[in-house]
Ligand binder design. Structure first.
Ligand SMILES: N[C@@H](CCSC[C@H]1O[C@@H](n2cnc3c(=O)[nH]cnc32)[C@H](O)[C@@H]1O)C(=O)O
Ligand SMILES: [Zn+2]
Length: 439
C-alpha cells in the first residue's frame, strides 16, 4: 500500500486531547488509515512509502481559512487605518479596477504560498477571475471553496445581471476541479452592495442547483442600519426572506447580530465565519462569539483579505478570536483555547462543507505538523494553549493536504517560493503605478 507515515509526534484528537502517536495516511485515497500506536499503525510505519518526522512536534488538522480574498495579498499594506466603507471606496475598489487576471493569479499564488507555510490547507475565497484562483489551488495542492463576488450597486443593469450570471456560471463550471479539491459557491458580496432583485434571483437559482451561498453579513453598523430603516427588519431576517439561510450557507463577520438573528442562524443551520483581525483593524466591532457558541452555531475563522489583516496566518486569528471574544463577553473564561482551535479546524471544514478538520481514521489527510522546539513555546504545559496563544505560522514544519506533502521541513514542494514572491512584488508595483496614473 502507498502510505505516508508521520512519526514521533503528539497528535491532536477531535475530542481536544493530545496523545503521543503516529499517523498513517493512504496517499492514493488521501485519507487517514490509522492514528496512535496500535499494531496496524506500527506495521504500516515499518514499510511506509514516505515518512515525515514529527519528533517533538504536534500533529494537528490542516487549518481552514473560511473567509478571504486571497489575491488581495497584492494590496497588503497598500491602504490602512480607515473604516470599511471609506477603505473600500477610496482605496481598494479603485485598485481592484486595475487588476488583471494575471494579477489575480499571482496574488493567489502568494496567498496560497503563505497559507501552506503557516499550516492552512483549505480556504474559502470570494474574488474574481475565479478560474485563475482554481488553477493555483490545483497546482499548489490545497483545497478551497471558491466563488465570484457579485456587486450590483452603482452598476448599469446589464452589467449587474452579468455579474450575477457569472457567479452562477463559475459555481457550476468549477465545482469538482483540481480532482475534487475545488468546490464552489454563489457569492453575492453583501446585502447592501447587491440589489434585492439580484439577490432574490441568484439565491433562488443557487438553491435550486444545491450550490452553497456565501456573503458578508452584519459586518458594520452602517450595513445594518439602512436595512432596518428601509425594510423595518434586521439584515438576517431579510437574508432569511431571500432564502439565503440554511445548511451550506456561511456568512462572513456576523459582528452586529442580535439574539434573534443568532437564533435564526442556529435554527437554519447557517454557519458564521468570525474574522477578528479584520473586525478590529477596520474598527467594525466585536462579534458576540460566546453567545453564538452557546446557541450551538457552527463557527469558523477567517482572515479576510490580506489588506485588512494584514496576513493570512490562522494562528494569529485563533489568538485574536480568543482575545476579542473575552473582551466582548467581559469574561476571561469566554472563547477558551480549545474553542478557537476547534473553530480553526473542524468548525472551518464544517462551515465550508469540505473534508478535513479532524484527525481520525477515514478522515481526509489534511494535516499540519507544528514544531514546538522554540523558546516562545517552552515549556509545554498544555499544547492546545500553545496553539491558541503562542504558536506562530512560522512554527509549522510540514503541511499535508489530501495525503500529499505540500511542505517538508519548511520548504514548499508544490510552488517555487522565490519566483512567486518576485512575481508578486513586480505585479503589485505595476498595479500601484497604473492606479496612480489613472487618478
Ligand atoms: N465582482 C465584484 C467583486 C467582488 S469580490 C469581493 C470584494 O470584497 C471586498 N472586500 C474585502 N474585504 C472586505 C470586507 O471586510 N468587507 C467587505 N468587502 C470586502 C474586496 O475588496 C472585493 O472587492 C466587483 O465587480 O466589484
Ligand atoms: Zn471579506
Amino acid at each position: 500500500m502507498d502510505t505516508l507515515c508521520i512519526t514521533g509526534g503528539r497528535v491532536l484528537h477531535p475530542d481536544g486531547r493530545v496523545r503521543e502517536g503516529d499517523v498513517v495516511v493512504d496517499r492514493e485515497a488521501g485519507t487517514i488509515l490509522g492514528v496512535g500506536d496500535d499494531e496496524t499503525v506500527t506495521e504500516h510505519v515499518a514499510d511506509a512509502s514516505e515518512t515525515l518526522d514529527a519528533t517533538g512536534g504536534l500533529v494537528i488538522p490542516g487549518l481552514v481559512n473560511a473567509h478571504t480574498h486571497v489575491s488581495m495579498t497584492l494590496l497588503r499594506g497598500y491602504a490602512d487605518d480607515k473604516p470599511l466603507d471609506a477603505w473600500l471606496r477610496e482605496d481598494i475598489w479603485p485598485a481592484e479596477a486595475e487588476l488583471t487576471d494575471d494579477d489575480v493569479e499571482v496574488g493567489a499564488e502568494l496567498g496560497v504560498l503563505e497559507m501552506i507555510r503557516s499550516g492552512t490547507t483549505a480556504f474559502a475565497d470570494m474574488y474574481f477571475a475565479t478560474d485563475r484562483v482554481a488553477d493555483v489551488v490545483d497546482r499548489a495542492g490545497v483545497r478551497a471553496r471558491l466563488g465570484h463576488g457579485v456587486v450590483t450597486v452603482g452598476k448599469e443593469e446589464s452589467l449587474a445581471v452579468a455579474d450575477v450570471e457569472e457567479s452562477l456560471a463559475v459555481a457550476a463550471e468549477l465545482d469538482g476541479a483540481a480532482d475534487g479539491r475545488v468546490r464552489t459557491a454563489f457569492m453575492p458580496h453583501s446585502l447592501t452592495t447587491v440589489g434585492e432583485e439580484h439577490l432574490r434571483e441568484g439565491i433562488e437559482r443557487a438553491n435550486g442547483a444545491a450550490v452553497p451561498v456565501h456573503l458578508h453579513a452584519n459586518e458594520t453598523r452602517e450595513e445594518v442600519e439602512p436595512i432596518l430603516e428601509e425594510r423595518g427588519e434586521r439584515p438576517l431576517e431579510y437574508a432569511d426572506d431571500l432564502g439565503a439561510l440554511g445548511e451550506g450557507t456561511f456568512l462572513a463577520h456576523c459582528v452586529h447580530v442580535d439574539d434573534a438573528e443568532i437564533d435564526l442562524l442556529a435554527e437554519t443551520g447557517t454557519a458564521a465565519v468570525h474574522c477578528p483581525a479584520s473586525n478590529m483593524k477596520l474598527a467594525s466591532g466585536m462579534a458576540p462569539v460566546q453567545r453564538m457558541r452557546e446557541a450551538g452555531l457552527t463557527i469558523a475563522l477567517g482572515t479576510d483579505g490580506a489588506a485588512s489583516n494584514n496576513d493570512l496566518d490562522l494562528f494569529d486569528e485563533m489568538r485574536d478570536a480568543a482575545m476579542v471574544g473575552k473582551l466582548a463577553a467581559d469574561d476571561a473564561s469566554a472563547v477558551p483555547a480549545e474553542t478557537v482551535v476547534e473553530m480553526a479546524t473542524a468548525g472551518g471544514a464544517d462551515a465550508l462543507g469540505l473534508p478535513g478538520g479532524r484527525i481520525a481514521e477515514g478522515e481526509a489527510a489534511d494535516l499540519a505538523i507544528v514544531d514546538l522546539d522554540a523558546p516562545h513555546l517552552t515549556p509545554v504545559h498544555d499544547p492546545v494553549s500553545h496553539l491558541a496563544y503562542a504558536v506562530r505560522g512560522s512554527d509549522v514544519r510540514h503541511t499535508v493536504c489530501d495525503g500529499r506533502v505540500l511542505m517538508r521541513d519548511r520548504e514548499v514542494l508544490t510552488m517555487d517560493a522565490e519566483s512567486v514572491q518576485a512575481r508578486a512584488t513586480e505585479a503589485a508595483s505595476d498595479l500601484v503605478s497604473r492606479v496612480d496614473d489613472g487618478s
